[in-house]
Unconditional design. Structure first.
Length: 165
């Protein structure tokens, strides 16, 4: 595995698109957030979204951003397509969606990670794009890397080794 130090960080609610083979895109500290990678192996265009919440429905009007799954998923697909990716060739991989804070006596509606996972899967299905690999759920944070040169996606859960998706 290449060194991970030269990675370009994709912050909360950001989407980064690249066709630069020397770049590695990274989502650090994914707890309940989802890191969603899209890569076209022919055009060698990749993108990474750092999704924070499942729905923009309750956000202030006019304040839509890529931090919401319902905005980020179609925007990620649109942006990689603008750079030459073809939707039918996209390799989609995702990580995150952990249940970070459990409170006694609370229901599952506070499990943002679970809601993020379900919403991202629903939106990808609506776009007719399948998921090739995932490492989601649980209660530990993760970091996700997308190697633009090869399309490889690696993930590391807190306290574990880096592995490929």
């Amino acid at each position: 595995m290449e060194t991970l130090q030269q990675a370009v960080a994709v912050g909360l609610g950001e989407i980064r698109i690249s066709n630069n083979p020397s770049e590695i895109l990274a989502c650090y500290g994914l707890g309940s957030c989802i890191g969603l990678a899209a890569y076209d192996p022919v055009s060698k265009v990749g993108g990474l979204a750092h999704i924070v919440l499942p729905d923009s429905e309750r956000s202030r009007k006019g304040r839509l951003s890529a931090k919401f799954a319902d905005v980020a998923v179609p925007l990620l697909l649109e942006e990689v397509s603008k750079r030459g990716a073809v939707k039918s060739r996209l390799e989609i991989k995702m990580a995150g969606g952990a249940h970070m804070f459990r409170l006694a006596g609370t229901d599952d509606s506070l499990n943002i990670g679970k809601r993020n996972i379900a919403r991202v899967r629903e939106l990808l299905a609506r776009e007719q794009v399948g998921i090739r690999g995932s490492d989601v759920g649980g209660n530990s944070g993760r970091t996700l890397w997308l190697y633009v040169e090869s399309g490889r996606v690696a993930v590391r859960m807190v306290g574990q080794q880096v592995r490929e998706l």
